[in-house]
Ligand binder design. Sequence first.
Ligand SMILES: C[S@@+](CC[C@H](N)C(=O)[O-])C[C@H]1O[C@@H](n2cnc3c(N)ncnc32)[C@H](O)[C@@H]1O
Length: 252
Amino acid sequence: LHQSDSNIKAGDEMVVYLVGAGPGDPELITLKAVKALEMADVVIYDRLANEEILKHAPHAKLIYVGKKAGEHYKSQDEINQILLKEAKNNDTVVRLKGGDPFVFGRGGEEVLALKEENISIEMIPGVTSAIGVPTTIGLPVTHRAVATSFTVVTGHEDPTKKEKQVKWDYTADTVVVLMGIGQIEENTREMMKYRDPETPACVIESGTMPEERIVMGTLGDIAKKDIKSPALLVVGNVVNVFKEMTSKELFY
Ligand SMILES: C[S@@+](CC[C@H](N)C(=O)[O-])C[C@H]1O[C@@H](n2cnc3c(N)ncnc32)[C@H](O)[C@@H]1O
């Protein structure tokens, strides 16, 4: 084992592992995540694209705290309380989140709540859908001479915020929008204030999973297409690189 692996050890102190589960394909999870799951007494998990990952924790108590679109199954405060309670009563707790826990996963809020109670916590990153999903279809978020930068932005900002932080005036060459399918029409309209409507755009639905769909278009017309969540939108000339790399038969 490398030195860096040695921080996952059974039984010496109670610890919460904040773990990224990857974007869907159950093989897109890190060895470190599998190790933490194998040792877990409790796994507290969100709605996962693929629950097969839970098979790595055959002895753990499983607690589902996922949210469903539109209705909140558990509030963030309630989730923090569950985490604190389980952390105090068990040696090894895994908090499992889709993708990477710190990319629109509210992982930071949970870490802060645990730290306030002096609970040891270790972060295990995951393959974020923002990059991993485009990569698995052959869509590079950067590409020499085409895109030297990318932005990942939420398409659904917390509606209770006093002032909007998402302004859509990003200067990065590639923009990846998560959680934006419900608002794709207004989001693309906002983006067109700063970008040409002919900018290539691509939506990837259920990326890395058997039901994956790729929807091609432009910033100006992608909102009119039939798209279902979970999905992400990629806007920028890198979409043309993807077109070059793959055969047209893939497109819908
Ligand atoms: C609450 S965010 C969580 C993101 C996650 N923490 C990550 O790093 O991928 C959920 C959003 O991620 C995107 N997403 C997650 N998994 C996806 C997948 N397999 N295919 C396409 N988009 C996905 C969708 O935009 C979805 O609305």
